[in-house]
Write a protein that binds this ligand. Sequence first.
Ligand SMILES: Nc1ncnc2c1ncn2[C@@H]1O[C@H](COP(=O)(O)OP(=O)(O)O)[C@@H](O)[C@H]1O
Ligand SMILES: [Mg+2]
Length: 257
Amino acid sequence: MANAIEASRLDVGYGGRQAAVKVLSGLDLSVEAGSFLSILGPSGCGKSTLLRVVADLLDPLGGTIRVLGDTPHAVRSRRDVGFVFQDSTLLPWRTVRDNVRLPLGVGQGSLTRKIEDRSDELLELMGLAGFGERLPHQLSGGQRQRVAIARALLGQPKLLLMDEPFGALDEITRDRLNDELLNLWRRTGTTILFVTHSIAEAAYLGERVVVLAANPGRLIRDLDLRPLKQDGNRCTREDPAIVAAMAELRTALEQAS
Ligand SMILES: Nc1ncnc2c1ncn2[C@@H]1O[C@H](COP(=O)(O)OP(=O)(O)O)[C@@H](O)[C@H]1O
Ligand SMILES: [Mg+2]
């Protein structure tokens, strides 16, 4: 299968080419289309920076990156990429449905693909049928994140970038949303890049987990979990093989910090 991401010798920093410090240095990363990749790493190692490059929010200083076989810019203008961040910003004065519909009204001109209003279908998919007329403050934190996911899915993106999307939620809610996300991924075949601080979440969700180290950001571990999981990336959180993989990831993270 083709690769959704193909990064080679990627150098990334802030402040243009004069940047004194590289955040990512010589990063090679290929991600198979349709796969679920978890990204772990200590705070400040460049996980969000990597997603920014993929999303065309930041240009690399060197190296090459192809996203869905194209430049990040082309992919962004076709709206083939969706994002969900930790503190998803819903507009407090807009209803839940209108928050999901936000991308419909954004950026005419530079964008080359019109998207269809599937807000009701997506609210239902995210377990929020009947919540469309509510305002964000009338929802729980977990429900608000589901609205953010629905919004990210509105354009049926081929690639979904998630940056610690469930980091602010309690553990029970997080576990539930993890299962919903996996179901969604199985149904849609979207490639997912999922950044998290949680070793358990990374191992439960990912078909593959990569660990980045800091200063400069680089890949120090690349673990394929597919041999440990059932078809459809299924496992239990208590599975001894998964628990062993988590221990391995913990060791890598300790070395990375
Ligand atoms: N806009 C910015 N300008 C300058 N430096 C930045 C900017 N954003 C992030 N950095 C720096 O880049 C490094 C990586 O940041 P980031 O990608 O946010 O890390 P992570 O998401 O892994 O915690 C950090 O040292 C951070 O201070
Ligand atoms: Mg970050």
